[in-house]
Design a protein around this ligand. Sequence first.
Ligand code: NAP
Ligand code: G3H
Length: 482
Amino acid sequence: MRYSVDGTWRTSASGSTCEALNPSKANAPANRFQACTTSEVDEVFAKAREAQRTWQRTPLHARAALLHRAATLMRENAGEMAEALVLEVAKGAKDARVEVERSADLIDYTAEEGVRLLGEGKLLMSDSFPGNDRTKLCMASKVPVGIILCIPPFNYPVNLCVSKIAPALIAGNTVVVKPPTQGCTATLHMIQCFLKAGFPAGTVQAVTGRGGEIGDYLTTHPEVNAISFTGGETGIRVAQKAGMVALQTELGGKDACIVLPDADLDLAAKSIVKGGFSYSGQRCTAVKLVAVFEEVADELLSKVNAQIAKMTVGQPEDDATITAVVSKSSADFIQSLVVDAESKGARLCQEWRREDNLIWPLLIDNVTHDMKICWEEPFGPVLPVVRVKSDAEALELVNKSRFGLQGCVFTKDIDRAIQMADAMETGTVQINGPPARGPDHFPFQGVKDSGIGSQGITNSINVMTKVKSTVINLSKPSYTVA
Ligand code: NAP
Ligand code: G3H
């Protein structure tokens, strides 16, 4: 497939390609993409700069209208995009479609939010600050940052791209997208919807190539004004290298689910299964650790295990709950965590089973702090359980993690829930529900190694704008009437 420059699709002069594999078919070749050269990247940024000068002067309502058109085209092309997600990232067919439809809704909401948020400015009078009379009036408005480099991850290559480019575009920025290699086809289809909607040449472009090869060149490019990145450890490296640009990074998580003795165990079990095993655990917000009080642990685990026994394992086309994880290296890593835990005394509640990238769902009981799975993010359908004896012990476990994305607590005691929520060092705490990013207008952020800045539609628009002040200096105070 070709890359997108200045409103057209082009083959790279490099003559090289990179390849997405099919995780469900023993990593057989799926699609090939251009491996762009550094001079092609330079050209893309030059076009983005040129286009941005005009785009920021395009009336806000006209920018919003184009976004609505792109959303409509996304819905019309949802089938094609969903098929590509099934093929390249083994997302279940229904979930794949939901990802595209959710993205179209996100675009519409962003357009609506943008016209209000950006359509208003602020007027400040100098006499509200001590020692000043009213001789200065400050008009503060939000202006675009410039060119936003958008790098989404494989697990939501459409939605986590749209969540970056829609706020960027409504705010008058232009975007350069670097799609994930796995999931690239769906991202490029999505870009095509924006181009067909009528976004001017240079406003929305995509350069392709392996992140490991082209990534540093992109993230350190002098034309980049802001980076919105979602992914894993790579994001820490991006932040270290980026320099004086605005940053929004959404990285990994180790979302813990704390189950207190008075919890509704049916609700907790259902949420743990949904939270832990949807899309085979490949969500940053997946439940990745259960901390359950000893006195209810056996009952909770038997409920969770009963639901795991009913899960379907198989092909994404058939909408199996558990499908192949994205790569062989990911499956190998997950297996290494299980082997380490078992060798240190953990109890596997199900038999370990793996075929190529397909790993059967697994609950791991009696996990202790010396096991890697207690701290690492497996990004797969394996879920460790630590038995705890007190709120303090549960909180210590959660807060010792280097991640801090979300966490959840199950209890009928709202006072205790709020105390736990206040003490948890995470960007979000869910009370009596599994971790989740959506609805997409909610603020979404991680602390510690889980990221910098906040997402959610309004927050993303704010990250992708800067404040511009114009101060009117009067020769006499404005309230002096001659
Ligand atoms: P990843 O390996 O970090 O890759 C993310 C993106 O970065 C891909 O587009 C990748 O391109 C690109 N990339 C690779 N090397 C790069 C470099 N040196 N410079 C710039 N970009 C580079 O993550 P992933 O495997 O796609 O996603 C899984 C991880 O993302 C998990 O840790 C998960 O928790 C996290 N995640 C977090 C959130 C959140 O909102 N907090 C959401 C989703 C996922 P290539 O594909 O070409 O390598
Ligand atoms: O994988 C990371 C996503 O931000 C999670 O989104 O909670 O809607 O699955 P989700």
